[in-house]
Design a protein around this ligand. Structure first.
Ligand SMILES: [Zn+2]
Length: 462
């Protein structure tokens, strides 16, 4: 009796141990299975540290950007497409952390918590990823950047599909720079080379910020349309001098915006004050990160907590300490085009098995920034600016609305050149952001790039 009970106790202990052990294993598999399966040391999947059995990555037109053939990862034949899509497609070593080949690696090799690597074993490759990008449009933007560093991104502001997304500097994934070359970084050519500047970049916005200041004026100042100002080329606010490149003379609110008059917008902003400007910037998503792929965008910064009146003036024209993330800026102009609500840009359209069964489909997120009334007023200001200042000839048939920016960064560097805008033509519902680092005037560097990419987008969509 004593014996039996002792044996029973031992058996019970064993059962408990086995069940606990299985539970622990199941838990570990659920938590770590993806990592185990995608471990670069896993010889079934990798060769020389690269994923060899990953599925295809294609653009919106089915153009193959990356595929696996005979255990080798093969990229598009065109160097301009390889370079221009590098930061969205990503690398297989994981240096470009937001790239699809890293962020979506479990999907690409077809790992599933229930069936493990079943689809990989069955099909010889994982799932295919279709992007929203038009790779030829990316290449046009890359050509126009012509070796300069910066960002060009354009998206459908109705659906959120990112059509063009280029981050420069870039490199050719077929001829990767060596670790030594990157460490040496001759002439700064590899500065931030692994960073997708659209997602992780932060730039002084310059006059593109006048869009936010104008929104704040429309929200807070009665009779803003009757407001008048005479620009003498410079003004002093509480001892701080603000200058324009020339005297703009007598201006209305509308012509102060279209001429991008610093004096007028600095006075207007100082008058609005820190609280009201900050409230409008917050409304517009400053200080927020947005989900993109499996990660988050860098947060735009607007902080007037220490600002004197003169600083507020400079902040109103996009200088001071303000920094803007290009993805955020793209969503901001997209919201103006879309009645105040931004459909947030995304790049992965579908993930499907090699037989074509869709396992994941993108669902665009929306974020309401401003009222439709304010959006309409900003649209009119930006439309007038293209008609009156940049010229409709640059954007034929597009009814383009836009704003340039020339952002001072330091005394011994050229300013960053910006253009943001969108087309009102319903056949081409596309918004765009262009930043050329140290490119000089917004109108001379960024504007012609925007013109070429918008023309390409119009052709691609119609
Ligand atoms: Zn002026």
């Amino acid at each position: 009796m004593k014996m039996t009970s002792k044996r029973g106790f031992v058996v019970l202990l064993l059962v408990v141990a086995v069940v606990a052990g299985m539970g622990f294993l199941a838990y570990k598999l659920a938590v770590n299975g993806e990592n185990w399966a995608t471990l670069r040391a896993n010889a079934h999947l990798t060769e020389n540290g690269s994923f060899i059995a990953a599925g295809n990555i294609t653009d919106r037109n089915g153009e193959i950007l990356a595929k696996t053939e005979n255990n080798e990862r093969i990229y598009n034949d065109s160097e301009r497409i390889r370079r221009s899509t590098l930061h969205i497609v990503g690398d297989t070593e994981g240096y470009i952390s937001s790239g699809v080949q890293t962020a979506y690696k479990t999907q690409l090799i077809g790992y599933n918590r229930i069936t493990g690597l079943y689809s990989l074993v069955k099909n010889g490759r994982g799932n295919d990823v279709e992007l929203t990008l038009d790779s030829e449009l990316c290449a046009i933007a890359y050509d126009k950047l012509n070796g300069r560093k910066g960002v060009v991104a354009a998206y459908n502001y109705k659906t959120g599909e990112l059509l063009c997304s280029v981050s420069s500097g870039s490199y050719d994934i077929r001829n990767k720079p060596s670790a030594e070359e990157i460490a040496e970084n001759k002439n700064g050519q590899y500065d931030g080379i692994y960073m997708n500047r659209l997602i992780d970049g932060l730039y002084t916005p310059g006059s593109t910020f006048k869009i936010v200041a104008a929104a704040s004026a429309c929200e807070n100042k009665q009779g803003i349309d009757d407001w008048e100002y005479t620009c003498k080329g410079e003004t002093t606010i509480d001892g701080v001098k603000v200058t324009c490149p020339r005297s703009h003379g007598k201006l209305s609110f509308k012509t102060a915006f279209s001429n991008s008059c610093n004096c007028a917008f600095a006075e207007l902003s100082a008058d609005l004050g820190a609280e009201r400007l900050t409230a409008t910037a917050k409304e517009f998503g400053f200080g927020e990160g947005f989900s993109f792929g499996k990660g988050q965008t860098e947060k735009s910064r607007f902080d007037l907590s220490e600002a004197e009146k003169g600083d507020i003036g400079w902040a109103g024209v996009g200088q001071y300490t303000t920094l803007v993330n290009p993805y955020h800026m793209l969503s901001l102009v997209g919201s103006i085009a879309n009645g105040g609500t931004a459909v947030l840009p995304y790049a992965v359209s579908t993930i499907a098995t090699p037989e074509g069964r869709v396992v994941e489909k993108a669902a665009a997120e929306s974020r309401e920034y401003i009222s439709s009334d304010i959006a309409k007023k900003l649209e009119d200001l930006m439309r007038f600016t293209v008609e009156d200042n940049y010229g409709d000839w640059r954007f034929k048939g597009l009814q383009m609305c836009g704003k340039t920016g020339t952002a001072e960064v330091s005394d011994d560097e050229e300013p960053h050149s910006w253009f943001v805008g969108f087309s009102k033509n319903s056949d081409c519902p596309v918004a765009i952001v262009v930043v050329v680092e140290n490119g000089g005037w917004g109108s001379s560097a960024a504007l012609p790039i925007a013109s070429a990419v918008m023309e390409g987008a119009y052709k691609a969509l119609s």
